[in-house]
Design a binder for this molecule. Structure first.
Ligand SMILES: [Zn+2]
Length: 403
């Protein structure tokens, strides 16, 4: 008998699986993978039959799509929490920062994160790593890149964005950025002043200017993802119709209702703020500020639950690269924040698998026949044991085992 040992062709039998939206816990399922794509899914254990036909067959307790981190900065290293180390990192030459970005993408993939959306770096290192990560054997998570974002001169975001001025300059910049970037990153507001417990500065773009960004991006067939926190900025983001709101601290029910109506997505990125709350000594926050951080996180969790109930599309993103937010592993922490907020695990996993793929326009957002085989197997069902997510057995990128 001719035994085919073609590595591009194999079968898997999973005791239970998740397709990106639904859990399937009604008995074993057999998957075949051919040339990096899921070829067939059939109920029952077909291991013996397929092995007889020469298919290499593996078994796993649990199979799910590869995770997606919808908000990272690959060129930043989230592990160091010392301010001096972090600013020294940013001052490195581009080749060193590029190497750091490759490390981040490898670290993500090892955790089962087969895709990331990079939310901006001013050197465009994310675009370069995106090209390098295209091959299935790159050992890196695939990259959807925001390239360099856009911001106002002398305002927050210089590490990840370039300056724009009047309407003509916005249109030109967006047109130019759309040539190399998968999405347009708009730095719509500043960041939270943790001591004040609020976003204290004015939005960088008013409604007219933000609308120009969205219109120009859509004309170039690009989505806009907006760094935005604080009531004023959120009102502008929703009215302008940015495709996804990143961070979105100080969210409100009214804004969520607009987002639901227009199906604008939300990436709440708990991780960086949670780190500041959990390890206040890293920055030296006083007790009063720690209390404010807790209230900000509690309000964020309350609005995430509301968003889920209302039907706002949710994307799970960690802001990996921020202080205390390591690439890869942070996805599990962010999933925990979603669970703490009261979301079912299924909703958290959807936000980390099918929802971002759908938002990014993937041809097959879920694990169905024909889908690229980006998947993770686990030693147990995370529906029984959440921590199983942190212990991937195997990670496949386009059908190639990478971990
Ligand atoms: Zn970010």
């Amino acid at each position: 008998m001719a035994m085919s040992m073609d590595p591009r062709r194999f079968a898997l039998v999973a005791a239970e699986w998740f397709d990106g939206e639904q859990r399937h816990a009604d008995g074993p399922t057999t998957f075949t993978v051919v040339d990096g794509r899921l070829d067939s899914i059939s109920r029952g254990d077909r291991a013996a039959e397929l092995a007889n036909q020469g298919w290499p067959v593996q078994r796993t307790p649990f199979l799910m799509p590869g995770l997606v981190d919808a908000h990272v900065h690959l060129f930043l290293d989230g592990a160091p929490t010392d301010m001096a180390l972090r600013s020294a990192h940013l001052k490195q030459a581009v080749p060193d920062l590029t190497e750091a970005a490759r490390r981040s993408a490898r670290q993500a993939l090892a955790c089962g994160v087969t895709g990331v959306r990079d939310a901006g770096d001013r050197h465009g290192i994310n675009n370069r790593v995106r090209e390098e990560a295209r091959g299935p054997a790159s050992g890196m998570a695939r990259v959807r890149s925001g390239g360099s974002g856009i911001k106002r001169a002398k305002r927050y975001g210089a590490f990840m964005a370039t300056d724009v001025e009047d309407e003509a300059s916005i249109r030109n910049s967006v047109r130019e950025l759309a040539l190399s970037n998968d999405e347009i990153k708009l730095i719509l507001t500043g960041i939270i002043d943790f001591d004040a417990g609020a976003v204290t500065d004015e939005p960088q773009f008013d409604l007219a200017a933000a609308s120009v960004v969205v219109e120009a991006a859509h004309a170039a067939d690009r989505k806009v993802f907006a760094h935005c926190s604080g009531a004023e900025g959120l009102a502008i983001a929703a009215a302008a119709g940015v495709d996804s709101i990143e961070h979105g601290f100080f969210m409100s029910r009214e804004i969520l209702a607009q987002m639901r109506d227009r199906q604008l997505a939300w990436t709440p990125t708990f991780c960086p703020v949670h780190f500041q709350w959990a390890e206040p000594q890293a920055v030296g926050w006083k007790a009063e500020t720690v209390g404010k951080l807790r209230r900000i996180l509690d309000s964020h969790a309350k609005h995430l639950r509301l968003a889920h109930e209302m039907g706002v599309p949710l994307l799970l993103g960690t802001d990996a690269g921020s202080m205390g937010v390591p690439h890869g592993r942070a996805v599990f922490d962010e999933i925990e924040r979603f669970i703490e907020a009261g979301l079912p695990l299924q909703a958290a996993l959807t936000a980390a698998t099918a929802a971002p793929r759908r938002h990014f326009g993937a041809s097959h957002p879920t694990l169905v026949a024909g889908a690229p085989f980006d998947a993770v197997s686990l030693p147990a069902s995370p529906f029984d044991e959440h921590s199983a997510l942190r212990r991937p057995q195997r990670v496949w990128s386009r059908g190639v085992v990478s971990a």
